[in-house]
Design a protein around this ligand. Structure first.
Ligand code: MN
Length: 226
């Protein structure tokens, strides 16, 4: 368990949210570097560390290992978890945005929060979940497929769907700056302190083929690592 008197991570809090569901991916230089994919479901962040990070290439199947659900507020944390604490190391918000679930090749309306949440919950339970991510870096459909185990420590694959938004030339993990502060893991390691410059992380829908312009609620407000 985290000791919240000793780490700058936010403690659990109640959420009462509306509007589209959100996701974040935190790049985390713990004992081993990984990318933590987190989907908001039922007020918490269902989480999968992905050691090699996401890919835009449909033939690339990235291992994702489900971990414990995280408190919602944790999704915008960036900073340094002290050495010796759980997950000690640097964390940046590598990507963030809203998501919906893809059912029968069709993304559910982002604003149908109840339906999206129900399908997400069922998908996690059944070990097969396709999501449409509308982030800053990740836009398009990805599938999460459970291959071994159940619940915490279960193994999944994270695979780009062939939906016209795949991109064999894009090495997205080379885009290494925080979408919140613009800092890299190396910047934090060198002692720079993140000062969130984005007032919100509301994605624009730019670059999404066929995207409809819809008003987004404020899915994220940067949280200072106090
Ligand atoms: Mn992590």
């Amino acid at each position: 368990m985290r000791d919240f008197t000793r780490t700058p991570e936010p403690p659990p809090s109640q959420t009462n949210r509306s509007g589209p569901l959100t996701f974040t991916i935190q790049k985390h230089a713990a004992r081993r570097l990984h990318y933590d994919l987190r989907l908001e479901v039922d007020g918490v962040l269902v989480s999968w560390p992905i050691p090699q990070g996401p890919s835009y290439k449909p033939e690339v199947r990235r291992l994702a290992i489900q971990t414990e659900d995280h408190p919602y507020a944790y999704g915008t944390f960036e900073g340094i978890i002290p050495a010796g604490e759980y997950g000690g190391g640097q964390v940046i918000v590598w990507d963030a945005g809203t998501y919906t679930v893809i059912e029968n090749d069709t993304p559910i309306d982002f604003h149908d929060r109840t339906r999206v949440e129900t399908l997400a919950r069922e998908g996690v339970e059944h070990g097969r979940l396709s999501v449409f991510l509308n982030g800053r870096k990740l836009k398009g459909g990805w599938t999460l497929l459970r291959t071994r185990g159940n619940g915490v420590k279960s193994q999944w694959l994270f695979i780009k769907r062939r939906d016209g938004l795949e991109n064999a030339d894009r090495e997205v993990t080379a885009e290494d700056r925080s979408v919140l502060s613009g800092l890299t893991i190396e910047d934090l390691a060198a002692g720079r302190v993140p000062e969130p410059r984005a007032s919100t992380l509301v994605p624009t829908g730019e670059g999404v083929v066929g995207a409809k312009r819809l008003p987004f609620s404020k899915p994220y407000e940067p949280m200072l690592p106090t």
